[in-house]
Design a protein. Structure first.
Length: 189
């Protein structure tokens, strides 16, 4: 499946909600229970599918990658790639409020995607809970340009930004939000 490009809608979220609720399936009704755009480039929704014949109800996750092309000369300034959770998309920032609405499934791809989303949400919560003075241990040591490997870091929170100190040196840890760590010592007030 490829990307669909078009002139950017006035309200991207409303457009995506409408797109996911209009399936060409005459036997079922579709409705968006909740949706969100995350990081401006990811769209998630809980899609309710109700059979007109039996009344059976299923809620599954819709996922779309979003892109913007403000300088497109042809006027096609917006693009999206729509998927379902069963396709195992490589986007895992689905809000818990949407995941909680999904009905159970036995589809392996959907189960794996839901598990990955829960892992990312837990990691984000752990990062958000870090305070200045906390000591963390990375699961995998980092090798710095001077050849030194470091695994323990003191946290320095500067507003929303995180900085780290190790061996008396202030360092940046690239892709920190994707790294596994344990809290060794909690800052005490």
């Amino acid at each position: 499946m490829g990307w669909t490009t078009m002139p950017k809608p006035v309200n991207v979220k409303a457009f995506m909600d409408d797109m996911y609720s209009r399936y060409m399936d005459k036997t079922c009704d579709y409705r968006i229970l909740k949706s969100a755009i995350v990081n401006r480039t990811e769209y998630y929704c809980a899609v309710e599918k109700v059979s007109r014949e039996t009344g059976d109800r299923v809620v599954w996750a819709g996922v779309a990658m979003l892109n913007y092309y403000p300088r497109a000369t042809d006027g096609y300034t917006f693009g999206y790639k729509d998927m379902s959770e069963e396709m195992g998309p490589y986007l895992w920032n689905c809000p818990n409020s949407i995941l909680e609405l999904l009905t159970s499934t036995e589809h392996k791809g959907a189960l794996k995607w839901r598990e990955d989303c829960a892992t990312v949400a837990k990691r984000k919560a752990n990062v958000a809970a870090l305070k200045t003075g906390d000591i963390i241990r990375l699961e995998t040591p980092l090798r710095f340009s001077d050849g030194v490997e470091r695994q323990y870091f003191a946290v320095l929170r500067d507003g929303r930004a995180l900085r780290f100190i190790s061996g008396g040196v202030r360092v940046m840890i690239s892709r920190f939000h994707e790294r596994n760590f344990t809290l060794v010592q909690k800052e005490t007030v």
